[in-house]
Each structure stands twice: as structure tokens, then as C-alpha cells.
Design a protein around this ligand. Structure first.
Ligand code: SAM
Length: 198
């Protein structure tokens, strides 16, 4: 995978494009942008920022967004937790989605899994903190790999500072590309949404 280039220009572009929106969500591993673009159409008052590691997917998705004239979505190319840290300002996200991250099922590959304590520490920092009138930003995780799901929950519990909330929320949530596949196969899917306490 191509390493991250300097993402400072991309960060500025994201800040500029999202500036007029009170709510910002990020889809990490946005793939071909199905969830991102459909979310943007269904929820026009929210800005949806996608991060995806494969450049061709980012280019194609952004072309589609431009062709359809969707003002509240864009993708940026970034790889790994470092790209989330570099692209997204701290305390800026209402919601961070990580849907079907690569499962790396073999134990010797677990070190490659995205959702680990380091990623969760960055995720926590990127979400808006709770205060009097705001319940705190939300992390939404989904995976078809139930072993990975258990590992995610273990890391979350060890880190602390998260409160599980209902998966259903106030926004209209389309299904993701991979969710479509697993639902069609009847595979079980682990889903968890958590609010950041402070
Ligand atoms: C299994 S697909 C899931 C796509 C989408 N989230 C969905 O639910 O349909 C994982 C996506 O994440 C991207 N990806 C995997 N690891 C990544 C990483 N470390 N950094 C950025 N993108 C990554 C892949 O290129 C792929 O598009």
C-alpha cells in the first residue's frame, strides 16, 4: 500500500469543505463511496468525509459526487490510523464509522488490524467531547468477523471512557457495500455504537 503523502493540504480542504456544516461524520475505509454518497443525499445537513486507502476508489467516488452535484460529501486518500490523525481535526466529528475493516483472520496477522488500542485513542480524540448540551461524538463499528468484533470490544473496555448507545440514531443510515454482501449471505454481523464520555 502506498504510504501517506503529506496530508496537510488535504486536511485544509476537508476543513474548508466542511466549514458550513454543523455536523461532520467520517467513514474510514469508505471503499467506492456507496455509504458516504447515499448518507450525504439522505442527510443534507451533515458533511460526510470519507477516508480510503486505494487512490482509484477515491478518484472515482469524488467524480461521482461531483457528477451528482452532492455538496456535502468528499473522499480523501489516506492509509491507516495516521491518516485519520493527519486529516481530521481533533474534537471535530459527530460520528466516526468503521464498517467491515479488513478482518485479518489469522493470528499472525492480527497486528495488521485497524481497530486496535492506538486507533481507538486517535478515534476518541477526533470525536466531539460531551458537554452540557451534547452527548458526545459516536463511534460506529461493524464487522462480519465475530472474533474481530470480540477483540474490538475488549480494546474498548480496556481503554475506557466509552458508553454503548443504541445502534439506531436520528439519521437515515444506508447499508454499506459489504453489509449488502453479508446480509445477502445471511452472515451474522457485529455492530456496536459508543458515545465518548468526555
Ligand atoms: C472490506 S472493505 C469495506 C468497505 C466499506 N466500509 C463497506 O462497508 O462496504 C475495506 C475498505 O477499507 C480500505 N482499507 C483497508 N485497510 C485500510 C487502511 N489501513 N487505511 C485506509 N483504508 C483501508 C480498503 O481499501 C477497502 O476499501
Amino acid at each position: 500500500m502506498t504510504p501517506n503523502q503529506d496530508l496537510s493540504a488535504a486536511r485544509e480542504a476537508l476543513i474548508e469543505q466542511a466549514a458550513t456544516f454543523a455536523h461532520i461524520e467520517c467513514d474510514f475505509g469508505a471503499a467506492k463511496g456507496k455509504f458516504l454518497t447515499e448518507s450525504a443525499v439522505l442527510n443534507p445537513s451533515v458533511f460526510f468525509a470519507g477516508i480510503e486507502g486505494i487512490s482509484s476508489r477515491v478518484t472515482r467516488s469524488n467524480k461521482k459526487i461531483q457528477r451528482l452535484g452532492i455538496p456535502n460529501a468528499a473522499l480523501w486518500r489516506g492509509w491507516g490510523k495516521e491518516s485519520l490523525d493527519a486529516l481530521v481535526p481533533d474534537s471535530s466529528l459527530d460520528t466516526l464509522h468503521v464498517s467491515f475493516p479488513d478482518p485479518w483472520p489469522k493470528r499472525r496477522h492480527w497486528f495488521r488490524r485497524l481497530v486496535n488500542p492506538e486507533f481507538l485513542a486517535i478515534a476518541a480524540r477526533k470525536l466531539k467531547p460531551a458537554h452540557d448540551d451534547y452527548r458526545g461524538g459516536i463511534l460506529r463499528l461493524m464487522t462480519d468477523h465475530l472474533g474481530y468484533f470480540e477483540a474490538m470490544k475488549k480494546h474498548l473496555a480496556a481503554q475506557g471512557g466509552w458508553v454503548e448507545v443504541s445502534w439506531e440514531d436520528d439519521l437515515r443510515r444506508p447499508i454499506t457495500e459489504f453489509e449488502t454482501i453479508f446480509l445477502a449471505k445471511g452472515d451474522p454481523i457485529g455492530r456496536i455504537a459508543l458515545r465518548r464520555k468526555s
